[in-house]
Ligand binder design. Structure first.
Ligand code: GAP
Length: 452
């Protein structure tokens, strides 16, 4: 393990600081379901926004979609999920714990070493009843991936958005899987959020696009601060490909429990559109105005998990370093992902400082997700912000009352600069966008004041 944090420590920080709580905890929790607290929702929102910006907003060849979670049941027959979305389940004859067969490699129960039953196939889709009268109700599934909502809307979007191949449809939303063994915190849960693109291409160009998306997706994580050495690409062997895939790469991350899948980039060929064409009777082929041909497009699918990305970003950002009080714990989160961008801290609760501090806070929060904190010593407050990954603290001190300047303190280096109030907003915006702290706004100066 190269990261400085094990899962236990991270789970504890996430709970203590309001990132993530066990679901329904007062009732003893619901296995593999998690609730995101005040900081967790900001982190997730920032991950979604960063993904949407790079996948949709900054591209000409992508449009968005938000399809419903419950879909016509035939969707899942056509997609192969009713028949094929199954894991082999074994049960321990001694302690009755259930496992995916591949988790009990030596044929014994991983918990107690007991003898296991023969594997039986277990479908991972959750079922529910649709309609008000139970007897007449139809079984529908909670979607196990957002992808199918995209495929069934392919023709709608080609017509409405007037897109020419190659182009993609992006969707972010909840998915549900009745995982046999879930675990490792939010790595594998039964309810989670996906960020998926189905990128439609002309057959024959698919291998090239697969490589393009494989590299683009790995770089997305690097650009948001994940250390390159903690990421790797792994190509699926033929016998591990999903039922719809012709080829697939995983972006893997070195999680505390070892290298594991962070995102999959699959070449789904024409499997899904062909299946839905056959099953619905609707022609889902595409007329290519450039070549005059009609064909079923191939699909490249980068499919990522919001929760799993959040876990990777948290693990990678976690750091500890010795300081005079023992240990400084910090999350070196990329500013785009940090839940709180700026914390406003009056040097003390002295009442002459508070009006100015509150005024600065009221002003900054219009632009940035901000926090105000005047409880306990300034050193403690800096540490509290470090631990939740706040990139910048703004301190108002007695000198601020006279010279109308504030201190900006940077999380990672703990260096400080002094900035005129009138420049504060612009300066913070520039630094959050990557400008080095050393670049001073007009009237600014380096500051060797209160220790960080
Ligand atoms: N449409 C393709 C698809 O569903 P997948 O590899 O099964 O592919 C894609 O899932 C991504 O969704 C994974 O790489 C992971 O990030 C996330 N994911 C899948 N199952 C998950 C679970 N039970 N809990 C959390 N995230 C999950």
């Amino acid at each position: 393990m190269t990261s400085k944090v094990d899962m236990e420590k991270l789970v504890s920080l996430c709970k203590r600081r309001g990132f993530i709580f066990p679901s329904s905890e007062i009732y003893g929790g619901l296995s593999a379901c998690w609730d995101y607290g005040p900081l967790g929702i900001e982190l997730k929102r920032n991950i979604r926004d960063a993904w949407w910006r790079s996948m949709v907003q900054e591209r000409d060849d992508m449009v968005g979609l938000d399809s419903s979670i419950m879909m016509h049941p035939q969707t899942w027959v056509a997609s192969g999920h009713v028949e094929g979305f199954k894991d082999p389940l074994v049960e321990c004859k001694a302690c009755h714990q259930r496992w995916r067969a591949d988790e009990a490699r030596d044929g014994r129960c991983p918990a107690c070493g007991g003898e296991l039953t023969q594997p039986r196939m277990f479908n991972l889709m959750f079922k529910t009843l649709f309609g008000p009268v139970e007897e007449e109700a139809q079984v529908v599934y909670l979607r196990p991936e957002t992808a199918q909502g995209i495929f069934v809307n392919f023709a709608n979007i080609v017509d409405a958005a007037r897109k020419k191949l190659p182009f993609g449809i992006a969707q972010i939303g909840k998915a549900f899987r009745n995982e046999i063994t879930a675990g490792n915190f939010i790595f594998r849960s039964r309810e989670f959020e996906m960020m998926e693109v189905e990128f439609f291409v002309k057959p024959g160009t698919d291998e090239e696009w697969l490589k393009y998306w494989r590299d683009a997706r790995l770089n997305w994580y690097v650009n948001l601060g994940i250390k390159r050495e903690n990421l790797r690409l792994r190509q699926h062997a033929k016998d591990e490909l999903a039922h719809y895939a012709r080829a697939c790469y995983d972006v893997e991350y070195l999680f505390p429990m070892g290298w594991s899948e962070l995102e999959g980039i699959a070449n789904r060929g024409d499997f899904d559109l062909t299946q839905h064409s056959k099953s619905s009777g609707k022609d889902l082929s595409y007329f290519d105005p450039d070549s005059g041909e009609r064909y079923i497009p191939y699909v490249i699918e980068p499919s990522a998990g919001v929760d799993r990305s959040a876990l990777a970003f948290l693990v990678d950002a976690y750091d500890e370093e010795p300081d005079k009080e023992g240990l400084r714990v910090l999350l070196r989160l990329h500013p785009d992902l940090a839940p709180i961008k700026v914390a406003v801290l009056p040097l003390s609760r002295n009442e002459t400082l508070l009006p100015m501090a509150r005024e600065v806070y009221a002003d900054l929060r219009k632009c940035f997700m901000s926090q105000y904190d005047d409880a306990q010593s300034i050193g403690r407050r800096y540490r509290r912000q470090d631990e939740i990954g706040t990139p910048f603290c703004v301190t108002i001190d007695f000198q601020s009352l006279e010279d109308k300047q504030a201190t900006i303190r940077e999380r990672d280096s703990m260096k400080q600069i002094r900035v005129p109030m009138a420049e504060l907003k612009n300066s913070l915006a520039a630094k959050l966008a990557g400008e080095p702290l050393e670049v001073l706004p007009p009237g600014g100066s380096y500051w060797l004041g209160f220790e960080g």
